[in-house]
Design a protein around this ligand. Structure first.
Ligand code: PEP
Ligand code: MG
Length: 580
């Protein structure tokens, strides 16, 4: 028995056999051929090259329409690899000499080139390795007649172990088949972890050695609450975790009884509890957990796992469905937050050194008003079917906010001209998740109706700690005094300007932290549906005055660790069952 430590990403315990997932891995079968089969293998190579060329050209066409010609041109390097005559000759020569199938020879030849390129002093050539690697996989898939593997195709119950999983890969998982997952890299508020919480799949990320130490087919226990993976557990340990699993399920069952009760303190201070969703499929869970609405609809997930952009009509249907099903409760649509750790699957957006600080969220939307307008039109049209609100992600200052609002205004004028109805009173808000926005929220307050604090990003940007990097995860502290001060300031300034202030970062769903946020006067808590009952229980267990006194004391403490210990002790005092 051996225990691996990682970062708790999604709570719960699961046990089962391990399946390795590597979206990148292509197994190349080796097969001997006879001399007279060589021309046939050459023909197979030519066919695969032609097919690959067609695929790349069609992606280029899409890119140039949707992102502009300069993005399409990035793939020219891929086409050059296909046209390389000397590479072709080398492969044909290898076929004749080694008499092995073309996949094997092709793979050997191209790997030799990749090795040489990666060692060269020439920076340009070194940078081309990623292009060649991409083409290598594409040609191999075409030779083998394979689609890329997806987690949606599983047909048995497994614990998935992977070096890394992208948010879009995670979004394809089904709870019936994926019992839990474990990754080498990643952080607590990566979108992969957030997705796991939404899907209610226990997960441990940032284990570093998971793919090295865990064997394929091995039986493991995944403790997503503590961030541990137990390899080859003995019978006693299995029994202990089965008891734990039942305790977890029982607590959740009991908490679900709170579903229809208000989120109200013992002295009758009420807050709004909303859910975060990524896709409309999550609505049954939102309703089952008794949310007062949706505080964050991460609409960028509509853009992932597909080879084109969602149309206005498709988006309208998605927003309308959510608005109708939750009406009269509010649904806050966040305009797309692409970039960071969420990329369009088919688009080769240029690699950035710091994607979280790069071409992301509202920056992308403002640079591509054609794509942004379609989304705004869809939201405005859907606003007739329920209580929709709109917010922009990653606002860094007044100018950006004004520009987004101007485009919204133009879209409204356009709809009016076309005679298309929309709600003229729909509230528009800003996410406060960039330190510059937090520090100038008094200025932003004049331009919007509400704030929603995005602590996942606010913490990473304020503390300079990449939210998906497991090596520095110990520095990612929601309880850091700097974060406490920033949040308090945003709430106070929002209230002074008569705005309501919500929070849709993961912090809002963690029991000891929700006690603090309650005391700071936060109006709305939005978190993954499964976390809602426990937050409600915290709120229903305390006096508002007690929560306020907790804030006063917490603000005098000097380190994140001190604040964390103090908040856990305070919560234990009022709701012992909720503290581990
Ligand atoms: C946040 O940053 O806190 C947030 C809610 O947005 P996301 O996690 O999608 O970046
Ligand atoms: Mg964010």
């Amino acid at each position: 028995m051996n225990t691996l430590k990682g970062i708790p990403a999604a709570p719960g315990v699961a046990m089962g056999r391990v399946m390795f997932f590597d979206s990148e891995d292509i197994v190349v079968p080796k097969r001997a051929i006879t001399e007279d089969q060589v021309p046939y293998e050459v023909l197979r190579l030519e066919e695969a090259l032609i097919k690959t060329r067609h695929q790349i050209i069609s992606i280029q066409k899409k890119l140039s329409v949707e992102l502009g010609q300069e993005h399409a041109e990035i793939l020219n390097a891929h086409l050059l690899v296909l046209e390389d005559q000397s590479l072709r000759e080398e492969i044909i020569h290898g076929l004749r000499r080694q008499l092995l199938n073309v996949e094997t020879i092709f793979n050997e030849v191209i790997r030799r080139h990749l090795k040489a390129f990666s060692r060269t002093e020439d920076e340009y050539l070194r940078e081309r390795t990623a292009d060649i690697e991409d083409v290598r996989k594409r040609i191999l898939r075409n030779l083998l007649g394979k689609q890329s593997a997806t987690l949606a195709q599983l047909d048995q119950q497994v614990v998935v172990v992977a070096h890394d999983l992208s948010p879009s890969e995670t979004a394809q998982m089904h709870k019936q088949h994926v019992l839990a997952f474990v990754t080498d890299i990643g952080g607590r508020t990566s979108h992969t972890a957030i997705m796991a919480k939404s899907l209610e799949i226990p997960a441990v990320v940032g284990v570093a050695v998971a793919t090295k130490k865990i064997q394929k087919g091995e039986f493991v226990i995944v403790d997503g609450t503590r961030g541990e993976v137990i390899l080859d557990p003995d019978q006693d340990t299995i029994k202990r975790y089965e008891v734990e699993q039942r305790r977890h399920q029982e607590l959740n069952r009991q908490l679900l009884h709170l579903k229809d009760l208000p989120a109200e303190t013992l002295d009758h201070h009420t807050v709004v509890l909303s859910a975060n969703i990524e896709l409309p499929d999550e609505l049954p869970s939102v309703i089952a957990h008794g949310a007062d609405g949706i505080g964050l609809f991460r609409t960028e997930f509509l853009y992932l796992n597909r080879s084109d952009f969602p149309t206005e009509e498709e988006q309208y249907e998605a927003y309308r469905t959510v608005a109708e099903q939750l009406s009269p409760h509010p649904v806050i649509i966040r305009t797309m937050d692409l970039g960071g750790d969420k990329f369009f699957s088919p688009m080769q957006v240029p690699t950035e050194m710091n994607p979280f600080m790069g071409w992301r969220a509202v920056r992308f939307s403002l640079a591509r008003p054609d794509i942004f307008r379609l989304q705004l039109r869809a939201v405005m049209r859907a606003s007739m079917h329920g209580n929709l609100k709109l917010m922009y992600p990653m606002i860094s200052g007044v100018e950006e906010l004004r520009r987004a609002n101007e485009i919204l205004h133009e879209v409204k004028q356009e709809l009016t001209r076309e005679g298309v109805p929309f709600s003229a009173t729909m509230e528009v808000g800003a996410m406060i998740e960039v330190p510059s926005a937090a520090l100038t929220c008094d200025l932003l307050a004049k331009e919007v109706k509400f704030f929603s604090i995005g602590t996942n990003d606010l913490i990473q940007y304020s503390l300079a700690v990449d939210r998906v990097n497991e090596k520095i995860a110990y520095l990612y502290e929601p309880t850091h005094p700097a974060i406490l001060r920033l949040i308090k300031q945003i709430i106070d300034v929002g209230h002074a300007n008569k705005l309501w202030v919500g929070m849709c970062g993961e912090m809002a769903g963690e029991p000891p932290l929700s006690l603090l946020l309650l005391g700071m006067g936060l109006d709305e808590f939005s978190t993954s549906p499964a976390q809602l009952p426990i937050v409600k229980q915290v709120i229903r267990s305390v006096e508002y005055s007690f929560a306020k006194s907790v804030v006063e004391e917490a603000l005098t403490l000097r380190t994140g660790k001190e604040v964390e210990a103090f908040l856990s002790a305070s919560l234990k005092h009022v709701a012992p069952a909720l503290v581990e």
